[in-house]
Structures are given as structure tokens and as C-alpha cells.
Design a binder for this molecule. Structure first.
Ligand SMILES: [Fe+2]
Length: 183
């Protein structure tokens, strides 16, 4: 991989970075959907007065799952991105799996926007918070057993509530912000 000329690579550049790394096509498609959702949410929040670095959000959304096929994929991905000079993007993606989104909507940052978009997406489709949480709970129960259910459902409910509050703040539902071809 040659030297990267920009701190915030665009769609084509990110695609090239992922192909060079060996990210599967299916994952690349997922990241394109997440990037689009993240960009729409970020633009709307910016209109509402939230300070956000949108190019950083978009590049990070494209690259967040670069190492998806490996264990601890967020840390592995961040290490690689750092190695190729994308320090800011690396910091945004480093903890995206377990990152706790800020409760205070007026303090939403770039990591929060990436995680919001990712947590409403399955593969290359926007599915909204309810369906995505259901999907995560079912997967987690298969792995850890039924006794985790209550705790997971509580977390899922609070995420759904949070997205609802965010939509009130934005004055628009997320599904109305994004294009039809990713729904
Ligand atoms: Fe993702």
C-alpha cells in the first residue's frame, strides 16, 4: 500500500484500502451502507448545531470493519489504519463494538455517530434500532445462553429509546433521512 495522501479518504480510496487488506466484498457493502447513514445523521446534527467532523465520520464508517473477519476486529483494524497513517480514523474505530454512546445528545461525537449508524444496520440494509437489537440479542443468546436475555433486552430498550430521542432532536426520523435503496 502506497502512502495515503489524505487524512480522510473518500469512498474509492477506502474501497482500495479494504481491498488491499483483504476485506470481503460483503463487508465492504456493509460499510457503504453504514457510511451513508452516518453521513445523513451527521449532516442533520450539524444543521442542528452539533459540531462534527463529517469527513472523519464518513471515512471511519467506510473503514470501521476493515478487519471484520478477525477476532477483536476493531482493535486490529485500528492498528492497521494507524500503520498506514490514518491516525484519526483509527481512533474513531478502535472501540466501536463496545463503545457507550453518550447519553447527552448535545455532546454526540464522531464515534457516537459511527456506532449509531452501525447499530441500525444489518449487512447492507438499514433496519432500524428495534430489528438490529433483536438480531444482536438472538445471536448473543445462542452464544451465552438464556440467562443473558434480561440484561440484553434492557440495553436494547434503552438504545431504542435513545434513537427515538435523537429523532425528536433532529426533527426527523432516520429512515426518512436516508435513501430508499438501502432500506
Ligand atoms: Fe459494522
Amino acid at each position: 500500500m502506497g502512502e495515503i495522501k489524505t487524512k480522510y479518504p473518500n469512498r474509492e480510496e477506502c474501497k482500495k484500502i479494504m481491498e488491499d487488506y483483504g476485506t470481503p466484498e460483503r463487508v465492504i457493502k456493509h460499510t457503504e451502507t453504514v457510511a451513508l447513514i452516518a453521513q445523513k445523521i451527521a449532516e442533520r446534527l450539524k444543521d442542528k448545531g452539533i459540531k462534527l467532523n463529517i469527513p472523519l465520520i464518513v471515512s471511519s464508517a467506510y473503514l470501521h470493519d476493515i478487519a471484520r473477519s478477525e477476532s477483536k476486529h476493531d482493535i486490529k483494524g485500528a492498528e492497521y489504519l494507524k500503520k498506514i497513517g490514518l491516525y484519526e480514523v483509527a481512533e474513531v474505530i478502535r472501540d466501536h463494538t463496545f463503545h457507550k454512546i453518550t447519553d447527552n445528545i448535545s455532546e454526540i461525537d464522531e464515534i457516537d455517530v459511527l456506532c449509531l449508524a452501525d447499530r441500525m444496520t444489518i449487512e447492507d440494509r438499514f433496519v432500524g434500532p428495534e430489528r438490529r437489537m433483536e438480531y444482536i440479542i438472538n445471536k448473543a443468546i445462542l452464544k451465552f445462553g438464556e440467562d443473558k436475555r434480561d440484561e440484553l433486552e434492557e440495553k436494547a430498550k434503552s438504545f431504542v429509546r435513545y434513537v427515538h430521542e435523537l429523532e425528536i432532536f433532529m426533527g426527523k426520523k432516520i429512515e426518512d433521512l436516508i435513501p430508499n435503496n438501502i432500506k
